[in-house]
Design a protein around this ligand. Sequence first.
Ligand code: SF4
Length: 470
Amino acid sequence: MSVRVVFEKNTYLNDVQEIPRAFFPYLEWDDNGENYLSWNYSVSGKTFVFNVESDIFGNATYRCDFDESNEIIFKRKTKYFAKNSLYTFLSDALGIELPYGSLTGVRPTVMYNELAKTSADPKDTLVKDYRVLPSKAELVACCAEYQKKFINRDEKAVGLYVNIPFCPTRCSYCSFISTEVFRIKKDLPKYVECVRKDIETSFEIVRDKGYNVRSIYVGGGTPTSIGAGFLSDILEPLSSCGCEFTVECGRPDTINEDIVNALKKNNVTRLSVNPQTFHQRTLDLIGRKHTVKDIYDAFALVRDKGFSVNCDLIAALPEETFEDFRFSLDEALSMRPENITVHTLSIKRGSDLNRDKTTKKTGGEALRMTDYSYSTLSKAGYSPYYMYRQKNTADNLENTGFCRDDKVCLYNVDTMEESCCVIGCGAGAVSKKLAAGGKITRFSNPKGLREYLERHSDVIGELKDFFIND
Ligand code: SF4
């Protein structure tokens, strides 16, 4: 179906159009589309009137009185009313409820905390006012309440992020800027040298600003794909920070004894072994190029070495049923990692899967999978501690990090709740500064490897300027 969206100026277009996108993730928005959906609003005194018209779904008018003199708050309230109205219109017309109702463009935990300021029961408000499914409202509430004790309160705290954007092969669902490591072999020594200089610069910034390093996260990509020698060169200057120190090993086929020794020697405290699934046919289908046995072997290598281990799974992978997912979750759980992160497949524009329209799936199976994760992991002593949602996710669902025994990843909490400054090292890494009043400013290193290497002395200068000369 191709749909022409007709709107009038200032109709909260960006926010409101997320609602039909959530119902029809793969809808073609076409100026010449044969069907149309349009909305507009008017304000008369305290009364806000929202009209929706469509040749397929019919027409409706929603109105509400807002006794609010503050212009910003009035705008915020009427925007939610407009979104809720369009949600109600489409949900009634289609007979479909979305797991997160009209919640789009806002992190669910942030919304929960916002509602908690005025509502005695924010979970109930999510269900009643925003049409969030009770199981999802429960997940959001549990996550928001659990993470409270881990939210950063130190305004001098900073996280260090180091980006190693290389992988052994490219997964078909990947939308990150990550290059297969064999393609950049000759640039690798220079890349490592530049990243080390970024790290040195980070410590200059830390000293100058009086920051306290709260966490370090080496991600990508698959940092361990560069081999133990290069990896050690990058980890060594970070090894004496004495804080949470994560390395995203990710692909099980990159984890071997040399890598584990390098991580241990450099005081890494947390790592990930990411199966995504325990089914060989799916691994082959999504281009992971490793075996199920590699997953068990990698776990055996990192277990009982004092690391906190995370394990990523993806719900709604191509051709997987609920039973397939259940098996994978149960297998991961049987290894008792400290963290299990359950993602829902999100098909982004840049991924190979996006080109293969046949693998796009919705229809309730993913919802069963994520609900199963929550109930099973809760019973097994895991708590959801951070969550986020992305666009184009199967069944419009979420990604949730679960932990046991309070073994959270502070870096993840800080990133999702935007509660801590970050200094980014390496190509494409993003630095973040929080100012009083909650204003956030960002600075991004060049994304492309070539530009990052060629402009590196400028990049260092710009990074320092961003933090020191404000
Ligand atoms: S391991 Fe991660 S970053 Fe690398 S190709 Fe796969 S999804 Fe992309």
